[in-house]
Design a protein. Structure first.
Length: 202
């Protein structure tokens, strides 16, 4: 595992833990059952247009800032078309690390996949997923069950998408690293009410 990937995983896991403990915002009462739903965020940059479904029946597509909704105790499954990205326990912040269950090869693959599917290829303004790139798949693919990585892409992925994943994976991982340290910094600053500087900050 490369040093960048390891430090990114550490930052993201710390940010996810702090976010879930202290900053998860309540989405209000669910009109049908009266039970409370919570708002989570799917992020590398905020990722919009990913279908989600919870074990309690909430479903939709991530929107606005990658937001989705879940209830306490839910398992949340994320999909893009026929591609299942993974399932996680409902929580305030979900990144490729949670979807990949900490597997470094799959983390890098998912990071590159989101980057490649971004409609304008500019994650700095968020990621709007272009589902059409996966519209011609003939069968379902479950990325959580296969040993997928940057060197073992799903065979049925379109050639153009495979090329984009392979060509941009370094940029994707760099952006993910920057994004995760940004999340961690924002959370620590909000808790301490002062600026936090990491090594390398100007």
């Amino acid at each position: 595992m490369g040093k960048r990937v390891l430090t990114t995983i550490t930052a993201a896991l710390t940010a996810t833990t702090l976010f879930t403990v202290g900053l998860t915002s309540c989405g209000g009462e669910d009109g049908e059952s009266g039970s409370t739903s919570f708002r989570g965020q799917l992020t590398d940059a905020p990722i919009n247009g990913v279908y989600y479904e919870t074990s309690s029946g909430l479903k939709g597509k991530t929107r606005e800032e990658g937001y989705f909704y879940y209830r306490k105790g839910d398992t949340v499954t994320f999909k893009i078309g026929k591609v299942t990205l993974g399932s996680v326990e409902g929580q305030g912040l979900v990144t490729p690390i949670e979807l990949a269950k900490g597997n470094s090869n799959k983390i890098q693959f998912l990071t590159a996949l989101f980057y490649a599917l971004d409609k304008d290829s500019n994650p700095e303004n968020g990621m709007d997923i272009d589902e059409e790139q996966l519209s011609n798949l003939e069968s379902e693919i479950d990325l959580s069950s296969g040993n997928y990585s940057l060197t073992n892409l799903p065979e049925s992925f379109p050639k153009d998408l495979k090329t984009k994943i392979s060509s941009h994976h370094t940029d994707a991982i760099q952006h993910f690293s920057t994004s995760m340290f940004g999340h961690l910094k924002e959370i620590l600053e909000s808790w301490n009410n002062r600026e936090i500087l990491f090594d390398g900050d100007k």
